[in-house]
Ligand binder design. Structure first.
Ligand SMILES: [Ca+2]
Length: 140
């Protein structure tokens, strides 16, 4: 029974992935490939899609405008249980317009670019330490 449940979840995740891919979303293909490999190796997503979208939006809120809410960023990273979770978060963040303090667009950036822009090297090290402690194979 458990095995069939796992197979059903994998098929569902693959279906969602295939559907998203066929929709030709603007995604980084290397992230997509790594995400697919993670799923194939049995790393089932720890939360549903809406949860990841919520966290991607929280990260944007924590960084958009003046200042940075570092603790919100750390809290989201602590929710990631394995590499596939993090890759899915990156995918759901996608590419978002980053503005300077005067409201002018600096670029349309992925999560890595947003984090690098907002955090100093010590803060970025803290994010990466959280990920390394979870044996996540991707760092910013
Ligand atoms: Ca900011």
């Amino acid at each position: 029974m458990i095995a069939w449940g796992v197979i059903a979840v994998l098929l569902f995740v693959f279906y969602r992935w295939a559907k998203a891919k066929s929709a030709k979303l603007k995604l980084d293909s290397s992230i997509d490939e790594a995400l697919n490999e993670g799923i194939a190796s049995g790393e089932v997503l720890s939360y549903d899609e809406m949860q990841f979208i919520g966290w991607a939006n929280s990260l944007e809120s924590a960084m958009a405008g003046s200042g940075t809410d570092e603790s919100s960023i750390y809290n989201v990273m602590r929710k990631m249980q394995h590499t596939t979770d993090l890759l899915y978060l990156i995918k759901k963040f996608g590419h978002r317009d980053k503005k300077n303090l005067f409201g002018h667009k600096k670029g349309t950036w992925d999560l890595s670019q947003w984090l690098t822009d907002e955090l100093d090297s010590e803060e970025l090290d803290k994010v990466n330490k959280i990920l390394i402690d979870k044996s996540i194979r991707y760092q910013f």
